[in-house]
Design a protein around this ligand. Structure first.
Ligand code: NAP
Length: 285
């Protein structure tokens, strides 16, 4: 049976993967928390590869605090870039397929139509820069690397926009939400299912490289908040505001919709509409 190591067990994606994995008994999954497998700890990584000789390594571990990354740069770089390079080297050594998750924030947001995998990257914040270097090191150090860029990830697990909105809409009667940043939400459960579909379909001549994945539909954070309000029947008044009116330490790209044609064609993945997935997640919350 093929072994699969998953780092970042407690991430939103890691927790959704644990549920989806139950439907794939053909794989032996080993999920590791940060305490059990710190991806910046070379000895721990080497030990886990030697123990399991994994067919796949799914890297869900990341430094995801976008604003904090502007100041805590070293930690963000070590986790999102340097450690990914190290994982890729071990994947090469152990003939392992690396499935690494990257971000829409590798783009500058100046596009007017969804970004293709081959479009020029130009991160405008430090988190995006570390994710871009992570991609580069993952591809350079292991031929069998699949990078999945995703965006606006949420789940019933962990911290995310959906859970923050639910809390704030319960606490407040008025709320400002940014209306000039556009992109696509990604339900981590759908991303987890897509990853398993990719693993199931991996053939000896499988296509490695970069893929984009998110739910279907392009919306603003304000649209997203309005849908949460509607589906949860909250009374809170929502007001659209511009990015300029809501300054954050890290600059945000204004448009990061991803073109997903490549993953759909290569791996026969069906994309769900963002609102359908949101509705399903909200039923759990
Ligand atoms: N969230 C988004 O909106 C978004 C958007 C685009 C792309 N992505 C990418 O999607 C992936 C999954 O994101 P997510 O939102 O599911 O992540 P998440 O919930 O923020 O979790 C990240 C996980 O990484 C773990 N971690 C941090 N440093 C580590 C280390 N040195 N070794 C091992 N584990 C470590 C954290 O552990 P602790 O909790 O113990 O610190 C946490 O469980 C990431 O690559 C992220 O960059 C996310």
């Amino acid at each position: 049976m093929e072994s699969v190591i998953v780092s970042g067990k407690n991430s939103q994606l890691g927790q959704e993967l644990q549920l989806v994995a139950l439907r794939y008994p053909q794989f032996n999954f080993y999920f590791y928390t940060k305490e059990e497998l710190d991806i910046s700890n070379a000895a721990q990584l080497e030990k886990s590869f030697s123990k399991h000789h994994p067919a796949f390594f799914i890297n869900c571990a990341a430094y995801t605090a976008v604003d904090k990354a502007e100041t805590v740069q070293e930690a963000a770089y070590i986790i999102n870039a340097e450690s990914v390079g190290h994982i890729a080297k071990l994947c090469k050594k152990f003939n392992t397929t690396l499935i690494h998750i990257s971000s829409d924030y590798v783009f500058d947001g100046k596009n007017k139509s969804p970004y293709h995998e081959y479009d020029t990257t130009n991160p405008i914040n430090y988190y995006g820069y570390t994710k871009y270097i992570g991609e580069k090191l993952a591809l350079e150090n292991n031929d069998k690397t699949i990078i999945i860029r995703t965006s606006w990830v949420y789940s019933a697990f962990g911290q995310n926009f959906v859970k923050t909105m639910i809390r704030l809409m319960q606490e407040r009667s008025e709320l400002n939400v940014v209306n000039d940043q556009h992109g696509s939400p990604t339900y981590a459960k759908d991303l987890a299912a897509a990853i398993l579909s990719i693993m199931k379909r991996q053939a000896p001549n499988a296509e490695y490289g970069i893929y984009h994945f998110s739910n279907e539909g392009i919306i603003s954070w304000f649209d997203f908040a309005c849908a949460i309000k509607e589906l949860k029947h909250f009374d809170c008044n929502l007001h659209p505001v511009s990015t300029a009116e809501y300054p954050t330490p890290a600059k945000r790209p204004l448009y990061t919709a991803l073109n997903k044609e490549k993953i759909v064609v290569a791996y026969h993945i069906q994309l769900r509409n963002w609102k359908e997935s949101l509705k399903e997640c909200l039923e759990l919350l």
